[in-house]
Every structure is written in C-alpha cells, then in structure tokens.
Design a binder for this molecule. Structure first.
Ligand SMILES: Cc1ncc(COP(=O)(O)O)c(C=O)c1O
Length: 379
C-alpha cells in the first residue's frame, strides 16, 4: 500500500535552473573539452565564494585529495593520519601514493577526528622520529573540524593539514568557509552532495604553488612544448567544461540549498527530538554546518527498535535512508591498518542512520519520514 507513494531519496541532485543555460552556452562555444571558459569561471566563482584564492576544478573529490598529497610530497615510506569515520575516497589517495594511513577515532561530541588522540599520536611518533607527512581529517556530514585546534597541533609538529571537505561545501568555521584554515582543502560535487556537477571535485588553497602543480598534474603533466613532453607523470583528473557549466549554476543556489537542508534538520529535530532514544548529530558552536545529511542516533533499548529495523521500516514506506559511514578500520580491506581508539566510531556506526535530506524535499516529505519513523517506536 505504502509503495504507491513516490520514493523519497537520501540526497538526490537538485538543479536550480541556470545549469542548463550554462551547459547550452558551453555547447554553443564548442568547448566540449576538459578545458574552457566554464572551468575558468567555475574556479574563479568558487574561489570568490569560499575566500580561498586558488582553486583547480577536477574530476572528483578523491582526485583533489590525491593531488594535495602528491603536491605536499607524500610518497612511499611516509605516513598520513586520517579519520576512520569517513568515506573510503578519503583514504585511498594515501594508498595511491604508496604511503601508509594511520586512522584516528571520532570524538563523541563532534563526530569529527578526536584531536586528543591526534595529539597523543603525534607526540608518540615524534619521539620515534616518525612524524607523518600530513594530517587529513574529514569534515563529517558537512560539519567543520575544529580548525584552530588542528592548525596549532599541525603547526607545532610542522605537519601539513589537508582537510577532506568533500561534504562541507557551504559550511563555515568562525565565519570562514570550510577548508579556509587548511594548507589545502578537497571538495566533492558527486551526485549525492549539497551541490553536484554529476561528478567532480575542487582542490583549494592559499598556496598558489600547490594549485599550479595540481593543475599541471591533472592534465597528464604536460611540459611546455609543441609536442607531448613529460619530465614527470600525472593523471587525467581535469574537470570538463560541460561539467563546470553545471557547477556554475549550482553555485548560484548553494546558499538556498544549504538553508533548506538546515530547515529540514530543524523539522526532524522538532518532530523526532522529543522521542525517547533518538538523538541528533550535535552542531559545534564554532561554526555552521551545512547539514548535508540529517543523522540520528538510535538508542535501541529506549526507542524500542534498532537503526536497521528503522531503516527497513522506512524502506517499506519507499523511503531511502542509510547507516552512517562504516569506519575504515572496520572495513575488511583495511583490517590490518593502524588504528588509534575505535570505540566511538564503532558505536556511531551501530546506532547512526542518515535520513533523507535533499534540498528539494517538501515539508510533507519530511513529515512522511517522521510519521514512518514514529511508527517504529515502542508503544
Ligand atoms: C568524506 C568524503 N571524502 C571523499 C569523498 C570522495 O569524493 P568523490 O566522490 O567526489 O571522489 C566523499 C564523497 O564522495 C566523501 O564523502
């Protein structure tokens, strides 16, 4: 019976209107290529929006992280400290560089990297003369890490700070855009993100050199010559002009879409917050998250159902939801990876459920999710 309702997706693309006009313009100019005026304009507009002056548009957020690590000289024999509670695209670029990740648990208050554990780990590695090349924390679900604290920890040890800001486009920390205080920040425009280009990413930095180098490497490291000349090797990571056209349109609606996601979170909080056993991802006082996804924590004993029972019940109502990221140290492929702590992210994965959060959701859609979820509570 409930299958008659249209499906509510977790975080589908939401076009604002101008995207198609920009794509038509790109077609008319015949720049159907991984270079062109739309790419240049998208980079300039993204730099203006974020306040991070140098930006290079790429095929993905994963590519952006990869180029940052390579640019900062991460290579074989090096280590990089990263968040365990994240998406795999945060970690694989470390492996692409033949370096070794050290994973750190989440903090229960922010769900981002536990900075106490980070500091302990750096102190220990320093004593062994084995400092990592970089620290790579994730801004989880669009909430910025504590950048002041991270900055001073990394500066203290002379370690580069690369922020995985794939999920935090539009979010702020002390009134500056996500990634502003990092040595480099990687953003994603994947199909499920707050703004999307169907697939794509951006690397941003105050350091022009690192962005120029990333731009060079993203185009197969082609030296200046009439023929193809290479003194190093690179990648085919450059964003296409058509894709950048979509990005320009999406950037125009980013603020409105972020506000809608925050409003959806506020509705969930109002409707479900009073239920015993339901808690929400807390917002750090240091900034404004974009609430890319609204995430609940389910105390199964108090609520009367666990997160998987709720997920299946929502599915029966044709509503998509998803468990939180399964921590990287729990992934079979990474079972031997070095891990510091683990209890917090294990518990968040066990109890955390991402609710539909797309900015095109109507209030009635949100209420449909709330009603279905209320139906799972112990009577
Ligand atoms: C935390 C995190 N890191 C990295 C990525 C990788 O971005 P992309 O899919 O654009 O490669 C994503 C999302 O997809 C992500 O959520």
């Amino acid at each position: 019976m409930t299958q008659q309702h249209p499906r509510i997706f977790l975080s589908p693309p939401h076009m604002g209107g101008a995207e198609q006009r920009y794509v038509t313009e790109a077609f008319a100019s015949n720049y159907i290529a991984p270079l062109g005026p739309m790419v240049d304009a998208f980079e300039a507009e993204f730099a203006a929006y974020t306040g991070i002056p140098h930006c290079v548009a790429l095929t993905s957020g994963t590519a952006a992280i990869h180029l940052a690590l390579r640019g900062f000289g991460v290579g074989a024999g090096d280590t990089v400290i990263a968040s365990s509670l994240t998406f795999i695209g945060s970690i694989t670029p470390i492996l692409f560089q033949n370096a070794t990740p050290i994973l750190i648990d989440a903090n229960a208050a922010t769900w981002n990297m536990d900075l106490g554990l980070l500091e302990e780990t750096l102190a220990k590695l320093n004593k062994q003369n084995k400092l990592p090349k970089a620290v790579l924390p994730t801004d989880l679900y669009g909430q910025c890490c504590d950048m002041n604290a991270l900055r001073s920890i990394c500066d203290n040890y002379g370690v580069k700070l690369v922020v995985d800001a794939a999920e935090s486009v539009g979010a702020t920390y002390q009134n500056k855009h996500a990634g502003y205080f990092a040595d480099a920040a990687a953003f994603s425009f994947n199909g499920n993100k707050i703004i999307t280009t169907s697939g794509g990413g951006m690397l941003a930095s105050h350091d022009k050199k690192i962005i120029d180098e990333a731009r060079f490497l993203s185009q197969q490291a082609r030296d200046a010559a009439p023929h193809y000349e290479h003194t190093t090797y690179g990648y085919n990571y450059r964003m296409s002009n058509i894709v950048a056209a979509i990005g320009r349109g999406q950037l125009e609606v980013l603020d409105a879409h972020m506000q809608r996601r925050r409003d959806i979170f506020a509705m969930y909080n109002r409707e479900l917050g009073p239920l015993a056993g339901i808690n929400f991802m807390p917002e750090a006082p240091t900034g404004q998250g974009n609430r890319w996804l609204s995430v609940i924590l389910v105390d199964s004993k108090t609520f009367g159902a666990d997160r998987e029972t709720i997920r299946l019940a929502l599915e029966a109502h044709n509503i998509e939801s998803r468990p939180m990221w399964k921590p990287m140290h729990m992934q079979p492929v990474f079972k031997d990876m070095a891990m510091v702590g683990g209890g917090v992210s294990d518990a968040l994965f066990r109890d955390g459920l991402c609710l539909p959060s797309g900015s095109a959701m109507s209030d009635a859609d949100v209420m449909r999710v709330c009603d279905a979820l209320r139906g799972c509570a112990a009577k």
